[in-house]
Design a protein around this ligand. Structure first.
Ligand SMILES: [Ca+2]
Ligand SMILES: [Ca+2]
Length: 329
């Protein structure tokens, strides 16, 4: 970040202050405070609370000062909660008529997703800061957790209904602008990025929710980053170290990165999402005997957990993935 280099510059000025005459010292102090104020203003302006900018797949509504996203894929209540949380948001608990009007509006863009979306009916996951604002829906003391358990849904007209919970439905995530995460050091709309800027010039996030390659690509992009690309040995070591520290689950033995090839084309040429061939990148740590285009269906690239190296794999399979955001120091 530009400010970072300014701050380093400021540090050298502070050191020089010790030896300066008082007149010069005064001028330098003035300069120092101006730059500092500008940096603070820039950082604040980037935060969603001020900028009203968030992930590119969320829309902003000024009446509620909140961001919303309609997820058109169908999910259970549990998965809807986890997905919204991974995006720095919550499964929407409708709090106002405006919330419902927005759902009605969002539905218009998707004529083919049925007539119901899942919302949070009982205020679970409801922001504690808003505790005085009662959610519109208050589900009755529904203690039946069997197949007849009812969940809250909103229909195309923006009206609340209840439906059996075992239905998987599209759902809506919402986050108030003041709560929307922004990692200033990394410049990402997510707090899950780890800064390795001093080592590789980038921040990284290893996803906890699996996705196919296209979804992974869209997700990194939406939060202001991109699927990772290994540019040199040093970056390989850093990312491998992060994979080693990632908690294991049975299935996450590979992690998508930002490289793929055009399907069914011969010869197979892998390119980065910036359209560079791996020869142009100048670094391609393939694992032993990879790429092997196993069963003739492997056109996307992942990192293997065991070695941290590249493997060609099936694009539509769901794996974890690594996002990267370059920060020039
Ligand atoms: Ca990189
Ligand atoms: Ca392979």
């Amino acid at each position: 970040m530009l400010c970072l280099s300014y701050l380093l510059h400021l540090f050298s000025i502070i050191i020089s202050l010790l030896t300066d005459s008082s007149d010069l010292r005064f001028k330098k102090m003035n300069y120092l405070f101006t730059i500092l104020a500008v940096c603070v203003a820039i950082a604040a302006a980037e935060s969603p609370a001020i900028s009203k900018q968030y992930r590119t797949d969320y829309i902003y509504d000024k009446n509620t000062d909140s961001f919303y996203k309609m997820h058109t894929d169908q999910a259970s209540t549990d998965r809807a909660h986890t997905t919204c949380q991974a995006e720095g948001a919550r499964l929407m608990a409708p709090e106002s008529e405006q919330d419902l009007a927005l759902v009605h509006g969002m539905f218009k863009k998707f004529p083919d997703i049925g007539r119901l979306v899942l919302v949070d009916g009982n205020g679970v996951g409801h922001d504690e800061a808003d505790e005085d604002e009662e959610p519109i829906i208050n589900l009755d003391e529904d203690t039946d957790y069997g197949p007849r358990r009812k969940c809250e849904v909103v229909n195309r007209e923006g009206q609340i209904e209840s439906a059996l919970c075992y239905f998987e439905l599209p759902f809506i995530c919402k986050v108030n602008a003041k709560d929307a995460p922004y990692n200033e050091e990394c410049g990402t709309y997510s707090n899950d990025y780890v800064s390795k800027v001093s080592l590789t010039g980038s921040c990284y996030r290893i996803a906890r929710i699996k996705a196919n390659w296209n979804e992974a690509y869209a997700n990194c992009q939406a939060e202001g980053a991109h699927l990772a690309i290994l540019n040199n040995e040093g970056e390989f070591e850093i990312v491998k170290g992060m994979l080693d520290k990632t908690p294991r689950s049975v299935e996450d033995w590979q992690f998508f990165v930002g490289i793929r090839a055009e399907e069914k084309k011969s010869p197979i040429i892998f390119r980065t999402i910036f359209n560079q061939t791996l020869e142009q990148v100048g670094y391609a740590p393939w694992d032993n005997n990879e790429p092997n285009n196993s069963f003739g269906i492997e056109y996307c690239v992942s990192l293997l957990r065991t070695t941290g190296k590249y493997n060609d794999t099936v694009c539509r399979n769901r794996y974890s993935y690594v996002c990267e955001k370059e920060r020039s120091v």
